[in-house]
Design a protein around this ligand. Structure first.
Ligand code: ASP
Ligand code: MG
Length: 455
């Protein structure tokens, strides 16, 4: 049995957290399982690194503050965990890493330049620190373990902030660096990062440690990937908005991917891709209640499950609408609009078009950039409007494939509650019906649809 276990930052912060992780891993190892661990940075560390690197451009003092803080957090935890392996050996390695980070930040400051490549190097430092602590603490508990910098195992392209793995090269490296050693010891791999062919650090974007774990599980042909968190798994709706939301026990890969895109914070959507083709099972588990089943993502979805599995939502989005009668019978208009948007590096989510109009959604944080670019490049449209007061809902479930009447049920229920639907998109994925409503209607809409499908 070979399992990849990924531990998220929210469950890596205190001494108790590490004790919990070590106890769980030890138990599994004692049963004879081969284990590869993938770890995130300690809680909050990546946020600090991102914030500090921007500040470091102008402010040398910010570098001192950051390094001081990171020393305290990491060395403090190592000391608290105590013992020879953690207290001394890990402390030495942590100090070495922190020295490198400090130098890199001063480099950024002196050059006055923060490139995508420097960002990838700095942002991923938290993982390199946490992996050292986790490996040392396992050793301390009598479990043979060593930390591995993923730059030695995951080969990627050169998109430094949103890297994509090159799987054949990665497979070779994973074989050399990880697979052959797992009988003898546990390897603790840094999440969130890889390296291009020349060894430069690349990064998978926020929440990317899940993706790292997916890549490694696939390269190892693991029996399963476990994502350990402080929540039970995917829910049928956001429990903050709908108190009757329930845990979902089974999901297909496609459902997990769709839900991941809604930013449910449970799984990074790209994680699913390398696992789907090999049918490697993904299990989401709560480290506080490990006896609970959690959510299992696999090909064996049970037939008796509900048509709609989850009502997901996002409210950090904005809608753009362009209208012009000149669009009719005029080729190239869509290309122009989306070309303008893509030149700005903005990604588009929902799209809906008619003969004389285009509507699409983007992240709210990209709104100003989009406004500027479109008002410049598309001034010949009759009207361009922007609205950030909207939220997106996704109704997701395999049972929706070729099943008539779902949209009618959803929109009928919303209509009865006087909730106006601003834009609809269905069809690109048969298992997801997505639409836009006003932000103020979000909670009511989620409750309404959730209730409807429980009837
Ligand atoms: N530490 C990174 C982040 O906070 C990656 C991860 O945890 O998945 O985004
Ligand atoms: Mg995460």
């Amino acid at each position: 049995m070979l399992t990849v276990m990924k531990f998220g930052g929210s469950i890596l912060s205190s001494k108790e957290d590490l004790q919990r992780v070590a106890a769980l891993v030890k138990k599994r190892r004692d049963k004879g399982e081969e284990l590869c661990l993938v770890v995130s940075a300690l809680k909050g560390v990546t946020d600090k690194l991102i914030e500090a690197s921007e500040k470091a451009l102008k402010d040398r003092k910010a570098i001192e503050t950051l390094i001081y803080g990171l020393r305290r957090t990491h060395l403090g935890l190592a000391m608290e965990l105590g013992g020879e392996a953690v207290g001394k050996n890990a402390a030495k390695k942590l100090k070495e890493k922190l020295d490198i980070l400090e130098k890199a930040l001063y480099g950024i400051n002196y050059l006055g330049e923060l490139s995508e490549r420097s960002k990838a190097l700095v942002f991923t430092f938290g993982e390199r620190l946490s992996a050292i602590i986790v490996a040392a603490y396992l050793e301390e508990n009598g479990v043979k373990a060593s930390a591995l910098d993923a730059s030695k195992a995951i080969v990627t392209d050169r998109r430094f902030s949103q890297a994509r793995p090159i799987m054949d090269k990665t497979r070779e490296k994973v074989k050399e660096e990880i697979a052959g050693n797992l009988k003898e010891r546990i390897i603790v791999v840094t999440g969130y990062l890889g390296a291009d062919g020349k060894g430069n650090i690349t990064c998978f974007g926020r929440g990317g440690s899940d993706f790292s774990a997916g890549i490694i599980a696939s390269a190892l042909n693991a029996d399963s990937l476990e994502l350990w968190k402080d929540v039970d798994g995917f829910m049928s709706a956001d429990p903050k908005l709908e108190k009757d939301a329930e845990l979902i026990h089974n999901l297909s890969y496609e459902e997990a991917e769709e839900l991941g895109y809604f930013g449910a914070k449970i799984i990074h959507p790209r994680t699913v891709v390398p696992l789907k083709e090999k049918k490697i099972k993904i299990v989401i588990k709560n480290i506080l209640t490990p006896e609970k089943q959690g959510t299992v993502v696999s090909v064996e979805r049970s037939k008796h499950e509900k048509i709609v599995k989850s009502i997901a939502s996002r409210d950090n989005i904005a809608r753009v609408c362009l209208k012009s009668a000149a669009m009719i019978d005029h080729p190239g208009v869509l290309a122009k609009v989306f070309g303008t948007i893509s030149k700005e590096g903005i990604s588009v989510d929902l799209v809906s078009t008619s003969e004389a109009g285009i509507s699409f959604t983007i992240n709210e944080s990209d709104l100003e950039k989009a406004k500027k670019a479109l008002e410049n490049e598309c001034a010949d449209f009759e009207s361009i409007s922007f609205d950030s007061d909207v939220a997106m809902i996704g109704v997701i479930g395999e049972g929706m494939r070729r099943k008539p009447g779902i949209a009618g049920k959803v929109f009928g229920a919303l209509g009865k509650k006087d909730i106006n639907v601003e834009m609809i998109s269905q069809g690109s994925s048969e298992i997801n019906l997505s639409f836009l409503i006003k932000q103020k209607d979000l909670e009511n809409a989620i409750k309404t649809i959730h209730q409807k499908f429980r009837e």
